[in-house]
Design a protein around this ligand. Structure first.
Ligand code: NAP
Length: 324
């Protein structure tokens, strides 16, 4: 009997094979090595090497590496060594690779505390571009109290980016973020959301309020940002941070047991994660993507996406087709 997962896998595989056919012309690979072996062994983990691609923040010209990281879920742990040691290594690998942008929020459980503790222990706060949020608060007083608590939890006296989370109480919270920017406690201000249905509102707010950054979802299966947010960000000079590049991990379910396409090696990629991240960063409007992981080996995998070639139009189309 064909299960739903088998159906999705075989559909994705044949879509990939069809969509990739024209690309074999620009690949060094012979047709016999096309993606057909469902039982292919996973590549052995290799260390990160190279220099991360950087993009400029339009408001200042400051350059930041295109691969950052998120902390929702992944950093929401307790105090035990068993929970924190893998995250210490996730951070160590991130910083060693020269990556800087870390996104968190006061409403991500213990994430701010964990991040603050691990950065302090590693004496690495100065190497990080810290992004947090004004989250779920109403009014200036609540926002200010929450920000001061974030500084305490993160063990810092300023953050690089303060974002209004999910467009809630936007005008008041962004005004507060700008006030803190004037005081030197915040370097850039931004607005975030994570759903396509919010993008019309986000676009209105971008035109009206002109933040330094916006953060929004984008992936090969959620491409709404291409329509309005990316062109608008380029017109207005707003940096774009991308969340949910893996659809909160769901994209991996769609390609499980399917080898990466033959052309992946033309862009230096040996995993689906690297292809998904290269897909996102291939958009010139994108400044940084913030995949979240709790696993050191996945952190190394994600960092590798920020080195070497990105995807051209044909490769982008092939990836979209492969995910159906
Ligand atoms: N409104 C907002 O402002 C908003 C909303 C959503 C998200 N965000 C931000 O964006 C960040 C990213 O979004 P997200 O956390 O929702 O989801 P995501 O980055 O799309 O996906 C995270 C999932 O992918 C898995 N993963 C990561 N790297 C992998 C790899 N190389 N290979 C296989 N699996 C991998 C992780 O599992 P493992 O832990 O097992 O690696 C985790 O389950 C958040 O952490 C947060 O900082 C902001």
């Amino acid at each position: 009997m064909t299960t739903r997962r088998d159906f999705i896998a075989s559909t994705a595989l044949s879509a990939a094979a069809i969509a990739l056919a024209p690309l074999s012309a620009c690949s060094q690979e012979s047709p016999s090595s096309a993606p057909t072996n469902k039982n292919a062994a996973r590549p052995v983990e290799t260390a990160f090497a190279g220099t991360l691609i950087t993009r400029a923040i339009p408001a200042s010209g400051e350059r930041i590496p295109v691969i950052g990281m998120g902390t929702s879920g992944s950093f929401e742990v307790g105090t035990s060594a068993a929970e924190r040691d893998p995250l210490r290594e996730v951070l160590t690998r991130f910083i060693a690779a020269g990556a800087t942008v870390i996104d968190t929020a006061p409403t991500y459980g213990t994430a701010e505390d964990v991040l603050g503790d691990l950065l302090a222990a590693a004496k690495s706060r100065g190497r990080v571009f810290m992004a947090t949020k004004l989250s779920g608060v109403s009014g200036r007083g609540e926002g200010l109290a929450q920000f001061n608590d974030s500084l305490r939890r993160l063990q810092t006296d300023k953050v690089e980016l303060l974002q209004v989370h999910n467009l809630r109480d936007t005008d008041t919270q962004l005004a507060l973020a700008r006030e803190l920017k004037q005081q030197g406690k915040v370097k850039y201000v931004g607005l975030t959301h994570y759903q396509e249905r919010a993008q019309a509102q986000l676009a209105d707010d971008m035109r009206r309020l002109k933040p330094d950054f916006v953060q929004i979802n984008y992936s090969p299966v959620s491409r709404g940002a291409e329509r309005t947010i990316f062109p608008l960000a380029q017109d207005l000079g707003i940096a774009v941070m991308i969340n949910r590049a893996f659809e909160d991990g769901r994209l991996f379910g769609q390609v499980r047991d399917i080898p990466v396409p033959g052309w992946a090696k033309d862009v230096g990629a040996d995993s689906w994660a690297q292809l998904f991240l290269k897909f996102v960063v291939s958009q010139p409007a994108v400044t940084v993507v913030i995949p979240a992981t709790s696993k050191p080996k996945n952190q190394t995998d994600n960092l590798k996406a920020g080195v070497g070639a990105l995807l051209d139009e044909k490769q982008r189309a092939a990836l979209i087709a492969a995910l159906g």
